[in-house]
Design a protein around this ligand. Structure first.
Ligand SMILES: Nc1ncnc2c1ncn2[C@@H]1O[C@H](COP(=O)(O)OP(=O)(O)OP(=O)(O)O)[C@@H](O)[C@H]1O
Ligand SMILES: [Mg+2]
Length: 557
């Protein structure tokens, strides 16, 4: 009997190893319930139990849920699926007095019906009429715990109704426990796999929905992974970049400043950091990115560099825009300052001008009129006394009157040349040029280009005043021997330039400094041109001369 049973066991072991192989292949990719079902069937056929049920502990609800089975009829299977066992149930099952090997055999004699009865109830009744005392009884049960690597209970296998009706031997239980180990491993793997998949899905979701580019570099600096957001930032599909060196993306300007941990990770002393880089997009444009990166080690070995590149092109553009606007504001503030100091000086100048006019009227015109009045008195006396001597007095009177008239004319022409209104800009400039040549002994030329015509009166006046001031300056400061006035009539505007061959203008000495110093000429020319939407430039070359150019636009019509 001994050899027979040993032989039987041997046979079962062979069967078992074959089945274990089958279940191992299942474990690789079959769903857990299928693997557990296969293990239950293997137990049934290898060890001869008609009914096998396998429950797993659900870590969330702490309930044991039937997950694999063999030998149950369809309607019994339906009931099986509804069973949920409380953890307290196992305290009753797993009592030292039931223990065989690491399992528990609950004999019908010990079976605490009241506690286990309802839980056991699903096991269908077996025909017992012919059984003896030392045979398997319908209320006997064998429970084999499933434990994880740390020995924690994660499930239970129940077997019932052995075909040979024998009570379980230690060897048989140990074989069963081998199956239980397989099942426990399968369950544990499935849990781990599930968690892995969950975290992988989370990770994938993160990398795929992140707007930043997530990447991994091989130790040699080529891309091992790039997230799909790369496309939005660089215009490359992730697959296009795999195997490409990170350094290939760098723009020429950042190529030499990029940190070594990104260009040649394995050769770098430092492998962690933050930097800014300019990358060349697929379309040739540039993307400014901020990169945070850190090394990846696996079992102590350097496996590469992983990082996040954030597109900061927009931020950079905005920063540039802000600086540009700030500069604009500063410029216009400065201009306002200049303008207000200019206005103040202009007001003072106007006041001076009035004083000068008052003085001139008083000193010249009024004196001349007083003189005339006196001579008329004298003439009257002569007419009474000796009318024949009056003739030269009348000549004298006429001459003085003519002189006064021309001095008043000159005076008013200085204030505003009537020439300008009557004959236009070209004639007025010609007069100005002739005056300049005559008064200051400077050879002055005048040239007109383009289609000569009358311009709006404020444009003509502005050009005239600018030419007047520029020629005054030439006379006052340039020590020039020659000057030229050129006027160009264009379709959309006119351009006036006054140049001399004098000592040249010290550029740099312009703006508010001059205004403060009471030097109004150049400022005034700028202002006049600016008021009409035009521009004015003063270019002086030391020793070669100065050229003032005013460009005034003309509206259509
Ligand atoms: N044609 C020029 N050649 C050399 N220096 C010049 C010439 N024009 C102007 N400058 C220099 O630029 C300075 C500023 O000229 P600006 O006309 O503003 O003032 P100003 O002639 O000295 O005084 P104001 O015109 O108010 O009577 C002058 O003082 C002079 O030093
Ligand atoms: Mg001047």
């Amino acid at each position: 009997a001994e050899t027979a049973s040993r032989e039987q066991l041997h046979q079962q072991m062979n069967q078992l190893s074959a089945l274990l192989k089958v279940s191992a292949t299942f474990r690789a990719n079959a769903p857990l319930e299928q693997v557990l079902g296969a293990i239950c069937s293997a137990i049934s056929s290898a060890l001869g139990y008609r009914l096998v049920e396998l429950s797993l502990l659900d870590s969330e609800t702490d309930l044991m849920i039937p997950t694999g089975w063999a030998g149950f009829a369809p309607e019994e299977r339906r009931r099986l699926r509804t069973i949920r066992r409380q953890p307290g149930f196992y305290d009753v099952v797993m009592q030292p007095r039931f223990r065989i090997s690491n399992s528990y055999f609950i004999s019908h004699r010990d079976n605490p019906e009241t506690e286990l009865g309802t839980q056991w109830a699903f096991l269908p009744d077996i025909d017992d009429s012919t059984r003896s005392e030392d045979e398997w009884h319908q209320n006997d049960a064998l429970a084999v715990p499933l434990q994880d690597r740390d020995g924690k209970l994660i499930g239970m296998i129940y077997v019932d109704d052995p075909r040979d009706r024998r009570l379980p031997s230690v060897e048989q239980v140990q074989v069963l426990e081998l199956f239980a180990q397989q099942a426990a491993m399968a369950a544990e793997n499935a849990t781990l796999l599930g968690e892995l998949q969950k975290s992988e899905a989370k990770y994938r979701l993160l990398t795929e929905t992140a707007s930043d580019m997530i990447f991994m570099l091989e130790p040699d600096g080529t891309f091992a992974f790039v997230s799909s957001s790369t496309e939005a930032i660089l215009g490359y599909e992730p697959a296009e970049l795999l195997g490409v060196a990170f350094s290939k993306l760098l723009s020429p300007t950042t190529a030499h400043t990029a940190p070594a941990y990104l260009v040649n990770p394995e050769g770098a002393h430092e492998r962690e950091g933050r930097c800014e880089a300019e990358l060349v997009r697929a379309d040739g444009g540039l993307a400014v990115v901020e990169i945070d990166s850190a090394p990846v080690f696996e079992n102590g070995r350097f496996r590469g560099e992983q990082g996040i590149a954030r597109d900061i092109s927009e931020k950079k553009r905005m920063q540039r825009e802000i600086t540009r606007r700030q500069r604009q504001v500063r410029r216009s503030q400065k201009r306002e300052e200049q303008l207000s100091s200019y206005t103040a000086t202009v007001l003072a100048a106007q006041e001076d001008e009035r004083k000068r006019i008052a003085r001139d009227l008083h000193d010249d015109t009024a004196q001349a009129l007083i003189a005339l009045s006196r001579r008329i008195e004298a003439l009257r006396e002569h007419l009474h006394a000796s009318p024949e001597t009056a003739e030269p007095l009348i000549d004298d009177l006429k001459e003085l009157t003519d002189q006064t008239i021309s001095s008043v004319r000159r005076f008013s022409r200085d204030l505003r040349p009537s020439l300008l209104d009557d004959l236009g800009l070209v004639a007025a400039l010609e007069w100005l040029v002739a005056e300049n040549a005559r008064r200051h002994k400077i050879t002055t030329r005048m040239k007109v280009h383009g289609q000569e015509r009358r311009l709006p009166s404020e444009v003509e006046l502005t050009c005239f005043r600018i030419a007047q001031e520029a020629l005054n300056n030439t006379a006052k400061h340039a020590e020039a021997t020659g000057a030229a006035v050129e006027l160009y009539f264009g379709p959309n505007g006119c351009r006036l330039s006054v140049s001399d061959n004098g000592r040249g203008f010290q550029s740099g000495a312009v703006g508010p400094d001059l205004a403060h110093a009471g030097r109004m000429g150049v400022m005034g020319m700028h202002e006049r041109a600016g008021l009409l939407g035009g521009t004015l430039t003063v270019r002086g070359t030391p020793g070669e001369g100065t050229k003032v150019t005013a460009t005034i636009p003309l509206g259509d019509g």
